[in-house]
Design a protein around this ligand. Structure first.
Ligand code: TXA
Ligand code: MG
Length: 353
């Protein structure tokens, strides 16, 4: 059972110079120090924060989200130096990645020194650390003076929140506060890269692309389970169905004609078909119940930015019982987009031969 409480809404003036001076940041930090849970924006998605040093706070996060206990959390820090307080060793490559991408959408896995409660690391020998790039997130963590564990601020399994209203949809009455900092920028979560062993590996594609990482440290592995839909990914969270709206999602890869055929087939079976397509395909298909535009193929960052809000919007209307999502090229941020779409679809992908 999750605790019931009145959720406070804290808004932030966008034109303040010193964020730490604002009431919202002070209040959020005070609640975190009291081991309560506060949702706040990061540059990727909204996070549900709690004091990473407090077992009580971590328990509250898991309860509010309905998150499986074997799925470890990312601890967010405001300074690079904080890494040495929790990691038992920091590889050369990890140093280089921190210098290149922090603050920013990159989470690094380190061997831990046992300082943080086991609930954060789900009993693993490693810990995930990230210094977020959003000024509000940094100000809140800094002011709280503790590392902040923060999974995405959605009910477990639902699309991650990219606006405060999404957090409200899922968690109102279950968390102490929501800091509204407007829409997030990147739209998909941070890239998770494992630097705890000799050969670095990407466990979750995200806001920093494989190419960008390889430019800094040379070739990296990609956890093969990510594309295969394997049962044993190295990042525990990747094994769950995720990011999914209520209607069933299927990813369709191929020509426009092939996409139209899939609509026709589903409609012939009595399905009410919603489509998720980029701007360039607007109004192209017939026989659809509803259409959602998700970014432009000429600007893949815009697809990432719109993705979760588009998926969520199908739930608001409730008109479709099947969503056909158009595949995007798996280059750069497209890797993260396709990873999330496949997860939302429980790996149902129809590809043209
Ligand atoms: O962009 C993000 O990373 C957002 C914002 C709020 O920072 N956070 C986020 O957290 O996406 P969450 O909990 O939804 O996803 C964390 C992922 C999960 O897949 C989890 O299994 C993985 O990181 N993870 C955490 N600790 C790990 C560890 N020690 N080893 C391997 N994977 C780990
Ligand atoms: Mg999540």
């Amino acid at each position: 059972m999750s605790e019931q409480m009145k959720t406070r809404y804290l808004s932030v003036d966008s034109d303040v110079d010193n964020l730490t001076e604002t009431g919202a940041v002070r209040t959020a930090a005070a609640l975190l120090k009291d081991n309560l849970t506060v949702a706040f924006p990061t540059e990727t998605v909204y996070g549900l924060g709690g004091n990473a040093e407090s077992r009580e706070a971590i328990e509250r996060i898991f309860r509010a989200k309905g998150r499986p206990a074997d799925n470890p959390l990312i601890a967010h820090v405001a300074r690079k130096d904080d890494v040495y307080r929790y990691a038992s060793s920091v590889s050369e490559q990890a140093e280089q990645l921190m210098d290149a991408f922090w603050p920013g959408p990159l989470t690094i896995i380190f061997p831990h020194n046992g300082t943080l409660p086991e609930a954060v690391t789900a009993g693993l020998s490693t810990v995930a650390l990230r210094m977020p790039g959003h000024p509000l997130a940094l100000a809140i963590i800094e002011e709280a003076g503790v590392p902040v564990a923060a999974p995405s601020a959605n009910t477990s399994g639902r699309p991650s929140p990219t606006a405060a209203v999404h957090v409200r949809e899922d968690l109102d009455g279950k968390i102490a506060a929501i800091v509204d900092g407007g829409a997030t920028g990147v739209g998909v979560e941070s890239t998770v890269v494992d630097c705890s062993s000799e050969k670095p590996a990407i466990l979750r594609p995200g806001g920093i692309t494989k190419e960008e990482i390889e430019n800094i440290i040379g070739s990296v592995e990609v956890d093969s389970a990510l594309s295969a839909g394997d049962e044993a990914p190295r990042s525990p969270g990747m094994k769950y169905t995720h990011y999914a709206p209520n209607a069933a999602v299927t990813v369709v890869s191929g020509s426009d004609r092939f996409f139209q055929e899939q609509i026709n087939n589903a409609a012939a079976q009595g399905r009410r078909v919603g489509v998720l397509v980029p701007e360039e395909k607007k109004d192209l298909f017939t026989g659809v119940e509803e259409e959602r535009i998700c970014g432009s193929v000429n600007d893949m960052a815009s697809v990432a930015r719109d993705l979760y809000a588009s998926l969520r919007s199908f739930d608001l209307s409730g008109r479709s019982d099947l969503i056909l999502a158009m595949a995007v090229p798996e280059t750069e941020i497209g890797q993260a987009i396709m990873n999330r779409l496949r997860k939302a679809a429980g790996n149902r992908v129809i590809a043209e031969k």
